[in-house]
Design a binder for this molecule. Structure first.
Ligand SMILES: Nc1ncnc2c1ncn2[C@@H]1O[C@H](COP(=O)(O)OP(=O)(O)OP(=O)(O)O)[C@@H](O)[C@H]1O
Ligand SMILES: [Mg+2]
Length: 263
């Protein structure tokens, strides 16, 4: 862990492109005296190539942080830069465009559209691109093939297992070739065997041009990531690289879970 106050891995980070730069970010819900300080002064750099877990007890701010990284929400105060762009200065429409072009989101409950096929669901991510229908179909099929579901492209969510539905959701997140894939408990609704398959897909999606950030409650999943950021009470309390990790992660889990639930 570094001591600069800014959460950033020190290994090779300088040589990799900085995708996201958060400085002194606060997210406060509601008004005093009942305000909730969901993020309480977070500074974090995320680089191209990062394969990162965010862990911490329930209520520690993980989903809030992911929502800010995904440009779904804005901080109460603080700076968030994507490349050189300060996203808090953008108009809503510009921020939506940035999100559509640069970020893929995967949720615990898949969030697929029930009446659309797998192909239809993946295609929704490309609807606002200037692409022809055949181009959309070709790219969407290629994304489904990347998650091993090319042959099931005409199935609706109800005709697929939970693991398959999550793979469709991952295909939808990656079809735009985003700079960053964000996933909030992507294996939380899956059994262990299916979770392993989904984790293999995330591993295969690693690229030096892209960051992958997963929120998880699962120590076994966090252990497979190159970088683990631990949160507690809206703050980042540790930032560990696999290369520097010994057997400390289990302790970190325990520490992160102090004062809260960490299943
Ligand atoms: N829209 C909201 N309005 C008010 N408070 C909120 C809102 N969203 C989150 N919070 C509060 O902010 C804090 C952080 O919530 P967040 O969802 O980020 O936690 P989390 O670490 O993702 O938890 P979990 O592991 O249970 O998903 C919690 O105290 C939560 O109750
Ligand atoms: Mg959450």
């Amino acid at each position: 862990m570094n001591t600069s106050g800014v959460s950033q891995p020190n290994l090779n980070a300088a040589s990799r492109k900085n995708l996201f730069r958060l400085r002194d970010v606060y997210r406060i819900y509601g008004q005093e005296p009942v305000a909730v300080h969901a993020l309480d002064g977070v500074s974090l750099d995320i680089h191209a190539g990062d394969f990162m877990a965010i862990i911490g007890p329930s209520g520690s701010g993980k989903s809030t942080l992911l929502g800010l990284l995904g440009c779904l929400d804005l901080p109460t105060k603080g700076s968030i830069k994507v490349d050189q762009t300060e996203i808090t200065d953008l108009e809503d429409s510009e921020r939506s465009k940035l999100r559509g072009n640069s970020i893929g989101f995967v949720f615990q409950q898949f969030h697929l559209i029930p009446h659309l096929t797998a192909l239809g669901n993946v295609s929704t991510a490309l609807l606002y691109r200037e692409l022809t229908k055949p181009e959309i179909k070709e790219r969407s099929l290629a994304a489904l093939e990347m998650v091993g579901l090319g042959e099931r492209h005409d199935h609706r969510p109800i005709e697929m297992s939970g693991g398959e539905q999550q793979r469709v959701a991952i295909a939808r997140a990656l079809v735009t070739d985003p700079l960053m894939i964000l996933a909030d408990e992507p294996t939380g609704a899956l059994d262990t065997k299916t979770a392993t398959i989904v984790m293999e897909i995330f591993k295969n999606l690693q690229s030096e041009n892209r960051a992958i950030v997963l929120v998880t409650h699962d120590l076994e999943i966090a252990e497979q990531m190159d970088r683990v950021v631990s949160m507690r009470d809206g703050k980042i309390v540790a930032d560990d690289l696999r290369s520097e990790r010994t057997d400390a992660l289990e302790d970190r889990f325990w520490e992160a879970g102090k004062g809260g639930k960490l299943e």
